[in-house]
Design a protein around this ligand. Structure first.
Ligand code: GDP
Length: 137
């Protein structure tokens, strides 16, 4: 059993498709251990994406992530990390396979609907970034 972190980004929250996206996770056999809608501060977004701080798109990414509320969730299940990445589709929605969340709900490489941890190790770090252990049931 694995846990992974999912973020429904501001573009998808603004489109009112939170439920549709969470349903994709459940339909694929993942369980929602905890979920919450929050507004990230600039400091939160910079810290969360610190790994990308030297990339040319870092400022745009931070500004986009604070442009509206996001929904952060812990998803749980067999191969949760890989399963979530598969459901999300490629980073650029233009390259995302048909039927993936990004193909169906995303507009562009920055407004790309969802984030998902890319490894079990990062999943642990990202879950701890947003949730106290006692919140996860
Ligand atoms: P992910 O794991 O599929 O989300 O992709 P990455 O970890 O490589 O990048 C993190 C986020 O940065 C992506 O989801 C995009 O929102 C954004 N991003 C990545 N590459 C680019 C780029 O070339 N241009 C812009 N504007 N944003 C990018």
């Amino acid at each position: 059993m694995e846990q992974t972190l999912s973020i429904i980004k501001p573009d998808a929250v603004a489109k009112n498709v939170i439920g549709k996206i969470l349903t994709r996770f459940e339909d694929a056999g993942l369980r929602i251990a905890v979920t919450k809608k929050i507004q990230l501060s600039r400091e939160d977004a910079k810290a969360f994406y610190a790994v990308h701080k030297d990339r040319p798109f870092f400022n745009d990414l931070v500004e986009f992530m604070i442009s509206g509320p996001v929904v952060v969730s812990v998803l749980e299940g067999d191969n949760a990390v890989a399963k979530n990445r598969e459901l999300m589709g490629a980073t650029n929605p233009k390259d995302a396979q048909k039927g993936t969340i990004r193909a169906d709900f995303a507009e562009s490489i920055d407004a790309n609907a969802v984030h998902g941890s890319d490894s079990l190790e990062n999943a642990k770090i990202e879950i701890e970034f947003f949730f106290a252990q006692r919140e996860i049931v």
